[in-house]
Structures are given as structure tokens and as C-alpha cells.
Design a protein around this ligand. Sequence first.
Ligand SMILES: [Zn+2]
Ligand SMILES: [Zn+2]
Ligand SMILES: [Zn+2]
Ligand SMILES: [Zn+2]
Length: 557
Amino acid sequence: MTNIQTIHCRSCKNSFVVGPDDIAFYAKMDVSIPTLCPECRMRWKFLWRNERTLYKRMCDLCKRSVVTMHHPRMQFPVYCYECWFSDKWDPFSYSRSYDISRPFFEQLGELIQQVPKQAMYSSPESGPNINSEYTNFAGGNKDCYLIFNSGPKNENCAYARGLMQCRDVFDMYYGSDVERSYEGVNIQKSTGVGYGKDVLECLDSWFLLNCTGCQYCFGCVNLRHKSYYFFNEPLSKDEWMRRVSEVLGSYKKMEAARKQFEDFGLKFPRREHSNMKSINCIGDYIFESKNCYACFEVSFAEDLRYVFATKRTKDSFDLVGHGRESELLLEGVGVGWSSRVIGSWRVERSHDIEYCLGTRTSEHCIGCDGLKNAKYCILNKQYSEAEYKKLRTHIVNELKNKELYGLFLPPEISLFAYNETIGQDNLPLSREEAARYGFRWEDDIPRTKDQETMQPQQIPDHIKDTLDSMLNEVLRCVSCGYNYRLIKPELEFYRKLLIPIPRQCFNCRFLDRIKRRGPMKLYERQCGKCKKSIKTTYASDRPEIVYCEQCYNAEVI
Ligand SMILES: [Zn+2]
Ligand SMILES: [Zn+2]
Ligand SMILES: [Zn+2]
Ligand SMILES: [Zn+2]
């Protein structure tokens, strides 16, 4: 028996390799070796994570209007935050007996269409959101709008994902400890940075790529501890101020600077990844972690594989989101403070949970939805320990026979359509491709077209020329043609920081940032200097110069 196996994914037919570390983990979790490749497994989980597609509907309990990630067409009740966490409803009232003659997931699918769902994903663990109705997978935020997978301790932030402890931050992907900053990707411990990527401890600067400890820099790449640099050239303070103030605030000049900076950046080497303080890790945006493989946006983690956007977790495979003091998780979306959880969606402070949804402070449950403080339950029904063990074995055997045990909840019972979810952001599919994967597609996503009251060319070039009446205008995105509007804190922010009114809608700006972040895919290529082989998110046909970490550090630091 060999300890490396090559498997053909039963969905996409690509082959993938399962190594000794994988096999050891699957044995520890007592699951079969997966028959889906890591990317197809990630798609299955993405299909259960709708962060940004929001709807208005009524709380089915208290009847007040709520913003929700669940399409009004879904038949299960949707409850507001207060109602869902209250004792005003009893999840056991939806219980049913497990029928050993019928497929388990068919029965689970029927149950989850009945049990109430929380309008948005927000947990009391990270604190309540104050005046932040349009935030999802977020907690502990104040005066925030359209921020996702964020918190706690963000204030006056909008149009962002992955924020922690930020204040006055707009249009950002992945930032922590940041103040009054705009349009950034991976900005840490910085203040006053506009248009940056991979920025650490910088101050009052514009257009930065891979800079640390800089202040008053504009259009700079790979600099460390510099001030008053302009496109990597030192200037006198007065000259720097003169050149920068000429550009700030004007849409045409800022756009020209952005394009110039993009070309300029191609002349400099980039690091193979954006990982920091990590040992033996392969992936991107991995911070203070060790032994992580094929992981993206992971911090304070150990021994993870195939994980996206997870913190403080160890010894786990195939996760999207959350984490936080967890271990032995396999195939989870939004699982935290838990151990031994398999194939589950939003589980907190629980252990020995399989194929459950919305479960808190519970143990030894399989196929349940909306339970708290539960033990030995199947399909929300209470069993004795002995009866539970017998029926659980029956279910596990059925799933093992069908090569489903150890995979995530199957697509046919998902609460979402693929184009509502972060799958479409990170691993996009056409409607036809989605159908081939067995994913639902939603045509009825509320957006407006042709309602604009102002054409893009009528927006004043300079922010100082915009009137308060801009807040009443309906604008048209220059990229997708759909309508968008400004909110008051946003206009105030643009005026304070001298940022021109964006000509693109939030969605197009968000997707552009994902492009700047890089794909969730690893490619083999050679270091541009020493030629050693590296695994990077830059495909070999990309125009960037990519160096291995050693060569990059030798040249830049
Ligand atoms: Zn596959
Ligand atoms: Zn309610
Ligand atoms: Zn757009
Ligand atoms: Zn090298």
C-alpha cells in the first residue's frame, strides 16, 4: 500500500493527490478519502456562504422589516437577530423521526426547509452590530454599511470585507488596525493610505505596493521606512506636497495616476506570496501560522489544509470562515469555538457535530437545525444515547457507501444559489457550468438599471465641486451599467480625504479588488531570479516579475 494516492475527482474529472498528511487526518476523523478534488470541495462550501447578496423581507416572527441573505422565495421562515436568538420559538417543534428506509440528506433537506433561519449571520460572541443593518457575517461593528466577514471593533466603515479594528475605512479587502483609508487590499496597522496593496505600518500615503513603515509616499513599490518619495524617487517635502496636491481629488488625475502606478509596479519583483511570520505554509495571505497547505486568508493557525478566511484554528481541513479556538474540524462553513465538527454550517461552542446547521452549545448531534444545548439528537429529535449511537452508525454507513461522509452538505439541499455566494467572487462559474455542478442559479437578484438621475460624465471631476445633492442622485456604473448611490458618511469621507466620487458601483469595485488580491489558486512557476520552483497565485503567463521569498528579501530588505 502506497501512502500517496492519485484520485480522479468525480465532479470535474481532474486528478488530485492525497498524501500521507491527508490520509492521517482522514483516519483521525474516521472519514473516507474524499472523491472530490479540493477545488470542487471548496465550491460546495462556497455554495453555502452568501455574504453580499441581500434582500429585504419581513421577520416571520415579529413582522418587522429586515435585511437578509435569504431570498424571499425560500420557504423556511426568516427571523431577525433578536427573534432568532430568543426563546420565542422551539427548534424541537420541527423534529421528525429518522426513517432508515430513506436517504439521510433527503430527510435533512426537508427539515431545513421548515426550521427558521437567522436573517443574517451574526453571532453574539463578537458583540452586537450597532446601526449596521447591512452587514453580514459580521459582529461587534458600529455605523458600518455593506461590510462582510468583518469585526469586531469596526466603526464608520463601508464597502469592505475582512476588516478588524478599523475606523473610517471605505472600499477595502482585508485590513486590520487601519484608520481613514481607502481602496486597499491587505492593509495592516496603517493610517491614511489610499490605493494600497500589501501595506504595513504606513501613514498618509497613496498608491503603495508592498511597502512597510513609509509615510508621505506616492506611487511607491517595495520601499521600507521612506518619506516623501514619489514613484520611488525622493523629493523635498514641498515638491512632494505640490505634486500630490495637484492630483488628489480629481477623478481624471487620480485615474491617470492609478494606471501609471499599475505599469510602474510591473517593473519591480513581487514576493511569491503575501504571507507574514509563517513557517512551512503554502497559500496566500497567511499570517503568524505554521504548517498550512493550500490556505488563503488564514491567521494564527496551525496544521490546516484547504482553508479560506479562518482564524485561530488548528488541525483542521476544508473550512470557510470563522475558526477561533477550534480543532478537528472538517468541511465547515462558519464553525467556531468547536471541535470534532464535520460537514456543518454555522456551529458554535459545540463538539461531535455532523451535518448540522445553526447549532450552538451542543454535542453529539447529526442532521439537526437551529438547536442549542442539545445532545443525542437526529433531525431535531431527542434520542437516548444508545438509540442515538445505533441510528448514527446507520446514517454514517449510508453516507460512506455513497462516498458522501466527510464531504460538505450536498448542493441539492443548499439554502443558496451559486451566484448569490462568495463562490461567484472567488471561483466564478457561468450559469451553465453551475448547472453542471448541480448548483442552483438565481435570476431574481434585485438591482436596477436605467433609473439614473445623473450620467457618469455629469459627475464633477473634482470632489470639491460636488454638492450635497449628490446624495439624492442615482448613478450609473461605468462598468456594469447598473445603478448605485452614495451614502452620507461616504460623501463626507471622500471630501475629507480628497477622493473623487467612484464611477463604478460597489459590486464592480469589490470584484476589482478580488482581482488585485489574486486568485484562490496556486500555480507552479519559477522564481524570476534563482529559478527555483515556487507555488504562487501568479500564473506563469502573468506579466508580474515574481521572486521566491529569499530572493525578494535579498533585493528589497
Ligand atoms: Zn473537482
Ligand atoms: Zn423578529
Ligand atoms: Zn458595476
Ligand atoms: Zn529565488
